[in-house]
Design a binder for this molecule. Structure first.
Ligand code: HEM
Length: 363
């Protein structure tokens, strides 16, 4: 008997879609021994798995997303309330300012790399602004986002030390920013300890710094690869949101969301790891017509890239705001923006996936 295909097979990281097709067609639930997880690949199954209370997010870590105990619900409520209107306004202002600064830096250049010079900076700089931290600290925070923090957690002693004086100041003199909102929050009638404020600020920075940056790189690559669709989005900016959602379907930055089985589920034993393949679900022909085509005007691109069920992403509106503001600034400041001649840079990564470079001619 031949072993089933694996995510770790040669070539899969380069292009996982042939494997995804095989899995969806013939092996919708299969154990991938080299990868150490049960793979779920069809759209409907991934959606159901993410909503299944018998499948828990990996345990246990400091961040909100890993809290499976009784405090999770309270933290989710808290995060969504602080990420609400006030954060959106602070973030929108940060995105607007930063995106224009970054775009203007490229304006006189013959060639530039949008990943290194735009996508990797914009989300972090925008959250730095939203938190009310000094703009000149962006590079430092950016370095932590790239090394120590991931989308849902990570150890952050350096970030904690950096934030401490800012938290002390916000507690004494609250401002209009997101860090002040976290300091002022009183879940259950009591203020959050500094550790929780740092934890939540780190979650926001981690998510923005890495995942949104990757998603933005794929979004801009998809539009620059389809100049006619880009022109239509330029002419009708109200379509940007759908073009963004379609890019998340076609190229979700988080290709795999892991779960742990709390009890046996069919052939899956208790304690086993289950990999929900978001990248495969988004290309499922049972859910999407012509799924491998990027169509900025697709009527219903779905929203599975943000997860589903009780862990569904709390930052989706902020990510969208970053993408819309970023694109708007690029199209305004660099009206001639186009792909640089040469081969299309490939996306890379099995779990987090996006193009690592995006060479463009800014003028
Ligand atoms: C395009 C950008 C983004 C994508 C594709 C994305 C995707 C996801 C996914 C798939 C999950 C679910 C993980 C799971 O089920 O285990 C998630 C959770 C989460 N995301 Fe995002 N995210 C993005 C941006 C953001 C931003 C900007 C923020 C914050 C400002 C954020 C905050 C969170 C939080 C707090 C959770 C945990 C929710 C919970 O477990 O209750 N995300 N995200």
């Amino acid at each position: 008997m031949t072993a089933p295909p694996s995510l770790l097979d040669p070539g899969t990281e380069r292009d996982p879609h042939p494997l995804y097709r095989t899995l969806r067609g013939n092996l919708p639930l299969v154990y991938d021994a080299p990868f150490g997880a049960w793979l779920i690949s069809r759209y409907a199954d991934v959606r159901a798995a993410l909503a299944d209370p018998r499948l828990a997010a990996p345990s246990p870590g400091p961040a909100l997303a890993r809290r499976e105990d009784g405090t999770r619900g309270a933290y989710r409520t808290l995060v969504s309330s602080v990420l609400g209107e006030r954060a959106s306004a602070a973030l929108a202002a940060g995105v607007e300012r930063t995106a224009h600064v970054l775009a203007r830096r490229l304006a006189s250049r013959q060639e530039a790399d949008l990943v290194a010079e735009f996508c990797q900076w914009l989300p972090t700089a925008a959250v730095v602004a939203a938190l009310g931290l000094p703009y000149e600290d962006t590079a430092r925070v950016h370095a932590w986002c790239r090394t120590g923090l991931d989308h849902l957690g990570g150890h952050r002693p350096a970030l904690a030390a950096y934030l401490r004086p800012h938290i002390v100041r916000r507690r004494a003199h609250p401002g209009d920013d997101l860090l002040s909102a976290l300091c002022a929050a009183r879940p259950g009638g009591r203020p959050l300890p500094d550790e929780a404020v740092t934890d939540l600020a780190g979650t926001v920075l981690g998510a923005a710094g890495e995942t949104t940056a990757r998603a933005l790189a794929s979004f801009l690559a998809n539009l620059l690869d389809h100049p006619r669709q880009l022109e239509l989005v330029r002419a009708r900016p109200e379509l940007t949101g759908v073009a963004w959602a379609e890019s998340l379907r076609h190229d979700p930055p988080l290709q795999i969301v892991p779960r742990r089985a709390l009890e046996p589920i069919g052939p899956i034993p208790e304690g086993a790891t289950v990999a929900c393949l978001l990248g495969s679900a988004g290309r499922d022909p049972a859910r999407f017509a012509d799924p491998d085509r990027y169509d900025a005007f697709r009527a219903d691109p779905g929203e599975l890239a943000y997860g589903s069920g009780r862990h569904v992403c709390l930052g989706a509106p902020l990510a969208r705001l970053t993408a819309e503001g970023g694109l708007r600034a690029l199209l305004t400041v660099l009206p001639g923006l186009r792909r640089a001649p040469g081969p299309r840079p490939r996306a890379e990564g099995l779990i987090s996936r996006s193009p690592r470079t995006l060479p463009v001619c800014p003028r």
